[in-house]
Design a protein around this ligand. Structure first.
Ligand SMILES: N[C@@H](CCC(=O)N[C@@H](CS)C(=O)NCC(=O)O)C(=O)O
Length: 206
């Protein structure tokens, strides 16, 4: 049985949606950020990074969203969540998800998690002030160059879609109007129509 450790509204939502799409049996365990549960001894045993998502498998734990998403797609081939039989297309999918992980998510984290990089109050404020710009620049690149439509990779839905969905959800709190990016905004609305997305959001609220 797979167990996903998640926190509502965080990047772990992408893995939760992918699991819902996969048809795999899994358990979802909420990590309470308000109580600092991600830094508790019990959780650090699963993920010494102190972050979600963490996916417990029978072989061990997997962390890092792109790795979890690729793993889910690989063990549930019938759900067709990645172009597993086409190395080039699979690399393109990984390229997209790694851009989200290494750049877009990190842009965002400079607002709520600036203390990872600085202690100085002025430096923290400067980092926050830059987030609308960095998120807008990343979304302009996604919108103009990376997003094929109607799904991230084109006609076929993949594990890139829930990851983009989460990033688009964060735009308003990052001071960016999603309407500035009509393809990403329409993609977000399209995602909300998917039963798997609705189930994932309901699980987060439960
Ligand atoms: N690179 C990691 C980032 C994981 C991450 O930063 N998760 C955030 C939630 S979006 C977290 O657990 N934050 C808790 C903390 O910083 O204390 C991934 O893509 O999975």
């Amino acid at each position: 049985m797979l167990t996903l450790y998640f926190s509502p509204g965080s990047c772990s939502q992408a893995s939760l949606i992918a699991l819902e799409e996969s048809g795999l049996a899994f358990e979802a365990k909420k990590v309470n950020f308000a109580d600092g549960e991600q830094r508790s001894e019990a959780f650090l045993k699963h993920n010494p990074k102190g972050r979600v998502p963490a996916l417990l498998t029978e072989q061990g734990v997997i962390t890092e969203t792109p790795a979890i998403l690729a793993y889910i797609a690989a063990i549930a081939p019938a759900a067709r969540l990645a172009p597993l039989d086409n190395p080039f297309e699979f690399a393109r999918l990984q390229s997209f998800n790694n851009y989200i992980c290494s750049t877009v998510h990190v842009n965002h984290a400079h607002r709520p998690r600036g203390s990872r990089w600085a202690d100085d109050a002025a430096a923290l404020e400067a980092m926050k002030a830059k987030v609308p710009q960095t998120m807008s620049e990343s979304f302009a690149l996604i919108e103009d160059r990376m997003f094929a439509g109607p799904w991230v990779m084109g006609e076929t839905y993949s594990v890139a879609d829930p990851y983009l969905f989460v990033m688009t959800s964060w735009l308003p709190s990052d001071g960016v109007d999603p309407a500035k990016f009509p393809k990403a905004a329409a993609h977000h609305a399209r995602m909300l129509e998917r039963p798997a997305v609705q189930r994932a959001l309901a699980r987060e609220k439960a």
